[in-house]
Design a protein around this ligand. Sequence first.
Ligand code: ZN
Length: 415
Amino acid sequence: MNTLRLRSVSAVLGIALCSALLAATGAAADKVDARSRAIHESLLTLDTHLDTPALLSVPGWSMLDRHSVVADGSQLDLPRMIEGGLDGGFFATYIGQGPLTDAGRAAARDAALVRLQEIHQLVAANPKTFEIAYTAEDGPRIAATKKRVVYLSMENGYPVGQDVSLLTTFYKLGVRIAGPVHFLNNDLGDSSTDPKGPVWHGLSPLGKEYVKAANRLGILLDASHASDEVLEQLLELSKAPIVLTHSGTKAVYDHPRNVDDEHLRRLAAKDGVIQIYAYSDYFVPHPHPPEREAAIAALRKKYAGQRSRAQMEAQTRELAQVDAKYPIPRGTFEDFIAHLLHAVKVAGVDHVGIGLDFDGGGGVAGLEDATDYPKITARLLKEGLTPQDLAKIWSGNVLRILKKAQEAAAQDPAG
Ligand SMILES: [Zn+2]
């Protein structure tokens, strides 16, 4: 989830807005030839940042039904995963940063527990279709049975509040990737995008305990959204490699959410992996014309607190009208490819993967929803990458370091 300007309203509102913008601007078709499609289908394909769980509580919205970006703004469901040859991924429990108070922390904890419960309910109700993956080995095993692979992740450490032992609870519920921060600084450390700038200059003392707890459990630490200082300290302190589940490269587009070459090299030197997102605001300049902002604010107010499929659809239509009236530049599939290829060039093919941020504000022209994943395979083959390279990018790299995190935890005397 990356929709800063919508953080104060419901997740659904944020999702619908961004997706409506995507739908309105159309897509450049990238043809997928039969050989590329066959290679794509042969690979274990995992996206490391899927915000779709935010939709599970919407009355009338089902993961089993086919939806569309144009109709309701959503970007992923079972039929579209099948069409897009996506075996699964890391389904995020995203909790936006709220007040650093006891009440705020407790509400974040409870919201995370509810969201995890919803994901478990989906899987339990459809045991022939989905399976929760707990280990690095589970992903390939589950995909071989033709079920969708559901790894769990947590975006923002806010739900642990000031008690990192809660990470054990989340681990027991299946969380295998967790990041300390989101858009704003919190009890654990500094965000890359807090307008106030750094308060801890990296991780807080509690954040360092969070790192130890994650290492003991075998949870991969996620440095997406974290400040550079946090990334540096994670690389220094963590006994396991670090992942960035959804990020981009600063050399291609200079934004605080993107990572510079020096940090990419340091990440790779510790065997870490950067998963590239498809996020327009971090690919191209994002202007804020006042008329557009006012129209969006009015819609935000109109739909605040509303959560049904019919409301999602109505809101998506109205947002598309706003976008048509006040268009702004939008990132493209070509931008995504440029970030990915740059990361491969600098960090190496063993240290790059894919985490598009669908249903969290992700999606660019030409990479609109889950049906578009095969375009990535086709294009990377055209760029000269081999099927072996693609196997790494599509899952091999992240599962390699998840395995390392789990092995390091198994050897931890305190574990
Ligand atoms: Zn995010």
